[in-house]
Design a protein around this ligand. Sequence first.
Ligand code: ZN
Length: 181
Amino acid sequence: MIRMNPLATAAAVIAAAAALSACSGMGTGRAAARADLRPTAAVQPNTTTGTVRFTALDHGVRVAGEVRGLPPGTEHGFHIHEKGDCGDNGNASGGHFNPAGGTHGKFGSAGTHAGELPSLVADASGVARFRVDVHAISLNEGAANNVVGRALVVHRDRDDFTTQPAGNSGPRIACAVIVPG
Ligand code: ZN
């Protein structure tokens, strides 16, 4: 009669789980960063929050996540700003991240700021979900277009993609520093 030792079985299961998680971690092998958006006091009341993930691609960065607590059905300017400082209601983050000296315009248009992102569009519940591949930025330490340590900013108003230097999109209602992880 063969009897399994329960402790040995449990140890084998744990070892298998550890091997699996190690594999999945190594399988991605890509630099990643995140930004946890918090509301500023630029407008009251303000319940804007968000969770955004940055994942390195072969050329560029996938930016994906959601922003919550927006007024339902509204559109909002959404950019990476130059300085990783959300003080002064997000104003300390400075202008748009623009290492190549572009002009403000719509995401994907030639010659625009590296920090342009597609505008957020809130659904009927005030949630904007998005996933976009941004080729003008990187997560590479030391690169001019590295966005780690810079700020992600949500504006109160829609971006007109024309007015310089920031699209007339109004106060900064949420901000987060982009951090590794
Ligand atoms: Zn902005």
